[in-house]
Design a protein around this ligand. Structure first.
Ligand SMILES: [Cu+2]
Length: 154
């Protein structure tokens, strides 16, 4: 490795923490929304951390994205040995609490991707909260296998 390529590699490593990104809507803080690389036509899932810094409970009630034909709110439930996804009408975010959307748990389901999700890109997602209203975030597209867990099965 040349000194120059070592420096370039170091710069990439240093840049990684900056990839974390976050948004605010009213009392709701949205931490590092992300998804995984996937092909057009496949399904994807979006994950993030929702923190309610207010004194009133809120709920994520809908989501939309131009990169998916349909966007639903999902959870995983165990059926015998198998974790299966189920749509949920909303995702509650109680006052003063943090809710994690993560592989194997709650997630925003991107059904029928209209474009490939390319690692390193950002794709728009609109979140609608009952109290905090609508906010547009960008999903960071991470590697196809990022943070293990979620084999997606309907
Ligand atoms: Cu799902």
């Amino acid at each position: 490795m040349t000194r120059r390529s070592l420096l370039a590699a170091a710069a990439v490593l240093v840049a990684l923490p900056a990839a974390a990104h976050d948004y605010t809507a009213g009392d709701i803080h949205i931490g590092h929304p992300w998804t995984r690389a996937a092909a057009a036509g496949a399904n994807g899932a979006a994950f993030m951390r929702l923190t309610n810094g207010g004194a009133q409970p809120d709920r994520l009630i809908a989501a939309a994205s131009p990169v998916a034909r349909v966007v639903e709110l999902h959870t995983h439930i165990r059926e015998g040995e198998v974790m299966r996804m189920r749509p949920v009408p909303d995702i509650p975010v109680p006052a003063g609490q943090t809710v994690e959307l993560r592989p194997g748990g709650l997630h925003v389901m991107l059904i029928g991707l209209t474009a490939p999700l390319v690692e390193g890109a950002r794709v728009p997602l609109t979140l609608r909260f009952e109290r905090a209203g609508e906010v547009q975030v960008e999903l960071a597209v991470e590697a196809a296998g990022a943070r293990g867990a979620g084999h997606h099965r309907h």
